[in-house]
Design a binder for this molecule. Structure first.
Ligand SMILES: Cc1ncc(COP(=O)(O)O)c(C=O)c1O
Length: 447
């Protein structure tokens, strides 16, 4: 095999990706098939695929094949777990074993309260008692203006985000987001054909000066921000920064979407931006991070003027979010259990952050909440590190999936999804060893 043949083949594949012949997320042809087409050997194609994986253009999965990397593909941020033994640091969810008994109890109680009313279609976006419980959850975490009249129920915060994009923007409109943001937002914009523009972040979160500039230049219909324990940077916006953002939004005709799904991780509640902007802001959250993502219980608090149109979209899309899950959620909130679970998750997160600070030492910068946004040492490039970690059954989220612009040389590590503290520690130790080691030279890597 000529020394450079595989590079030629890699270039040909890259050009097909760029022309859209191999679309984002598509599976590349099997080695033999492409080798026959391009007049080369399967071994050369295999080497070309390896090179492209190293460059971050494709991703390989044992037994499934090689796929064109899609920056907005959620299934790559949350890496599929192939084996029980994987160390999965890529899923941003609570430590579910801590909540299991309380959830069993909550669903048992909900089953005991089943009635024809609960089992029927409800004629608005949810039962009033379920919306009232949602309002309690929102108020407790910093949104004083929430009430059963202005809270709607959704299938999780993801549904709330997609509903707002669908309702408040049109194809071709621009949405402003934090320059590093939750990939679920990018995925929605991508699928819905909305343009996305990034707003710079500084140490206090979304930068008001840059936001003003972006609004002036791009006239976004929505500005979406995550003010507490931001995904992925972990930043929590101060009260003064929240006020500054509210002032910028007030001076414009755009809406703010405040995705405050991690507010329960603030040791004391921080006032929501939406209370400063009652007519121009929509606040969303869910129970996914404090209780369980499987409940799909999300809440939206919107200005009165938007409630009918949002409710109509919920009805048209899903009729209503499952009242049975909301019955369980309402029990958990009314009895105070949901707040106890949230506190237990916060304590577990604090413990795991301390362990991570100790094990990752020089690589660790101050962090809080469920995750760490880790800047890689000079000797590692993110594509290569994610690949090498995966070979060791350590799953981490590639920094590129969170970025609206350039790929940051960072990974996001979620600290809570590995149930056992011992396994969590073992995985972190192995990951720290990998970070400290130097990657083998590129030429050896390809052999
Ligand atoms: C900032 C943010 N918003 C929304 C979601 C989606 O949450 P849900 O499970 O409630 O749909 C996530 C999940 O990771 C998130 O990090």
């Amino acid at each position: 095999m000529s020394e450079t043949k595989f590079k030629d083949i890699a270039n040909q594949i890259t050009s097909r990706i760029e022309q859209g012949i191999y679309a984002a997320g598509a599976k590349l042809p099997p080695h033999r098939e492409l080798a026959n087409e391009l007049g080369t050997t399967p071994a050369t194609v295999s080497k070309a695929y390896k090179l492209l994986a190293e460059l971050g253009r494709v991703e390989s999965f044992v037994g499934r094949g090689t796929f064109v990397r899609d920056k907005s593909a959620l299934n790559q941020v949350i890496q599929p777990q192939h084996q029980e033994l994987d160390f999965n640091f890529s899923i941003l969810q609570p430590c579910l074993v801590l909540n299991l008994n309380a959830l069993t109890e909550a669903y048992t109680q909900a089953a005991e309260t089943l009635s024809p009313t609960l089992l029927a279609y409800a004629d608005d976006s949810g039962h009033s008692a379920h919306r009232a419980a949602g309002a309690i959850w929102l108020q407790k975490h910093g949104l004083q203006s929430a009430s059963s009249e202005n809270v709607l129920l959704t299938n999780g915060a993801q549904h709330a985000l997609s509903l707002l994009v669908e309702t408040l923007t049109e194809p071709g409109d621009t949405i402003a987001v934090e320059a590093l943001t939750y990939p679920g937002i990018l995925a929605i914009a991508n699928l819905a054909g909305r343009e996305v523009v990034g707003v710079n972040l500084d140490d206090d979160g979304l930068c008001p000066k840059h936001l003003r500039k972006v609004i002036k230049q791009h006239s976004p219909k929505l500005v979406i921000c995550i003010p507490s324990h931001q995904n992925p940077t972990g930043i929590t916006m101060s009260v003064s920064r929240r006020q500054a953002i509210a002032d910028v939004i007030k001076a414009s005709s755009t809406y703010l979407v405040e995705d405050d799904i991690y507010a329960f991780l603030n040791n004391t509640p921080i006032p929501a931006i939406s209370d400063l902007l009652p007519q121009q802001s929509i606040y969303i959250t869910s129970l996914s991070k404090a209780v369980s993502p499987a409940m799909r219980c999300g809440y939206i608090k919107a200005p009165d003027a938007l409630l009918p149109v949002l409710a109509a979209h919920i009805r048209a899309n899903i009729w209503l979010a499952s009242p049975i899950n909301f019955a369980a959620a309402t029990g958990l909130i009314e009895q105070g259990t949901a707040f106890e679970l949230a506190s237990a998750q916060l304590r577990e997160a604090e413990y795991r952050q301390t362990v991570a600070a100790d094990i990752l030492k020089d690589f660790y910068e101050t962090a809080s909440g469920f995750h760490i946004w880790l800047k890689l040492p000079e000797h590692w490039r993110v594509d290569r590190l994610v690949e090498e970690a995966k070979k060791r059954a350590i799953l981490v989220s590639h920094g590129g999936y969170f970025s609206v612009g350039d790929t940051p040389n960072c990974v996001r590590l979620s600290l809570m999804s590995i149930s056992s503290r011992d396994r969590f520690e073992e995985g972190l130790i192995q990951f720290a060893e990998l970070l400290a080691s130097k990657p083998m030279p590129f030429s050896d890597f390809l052999n």
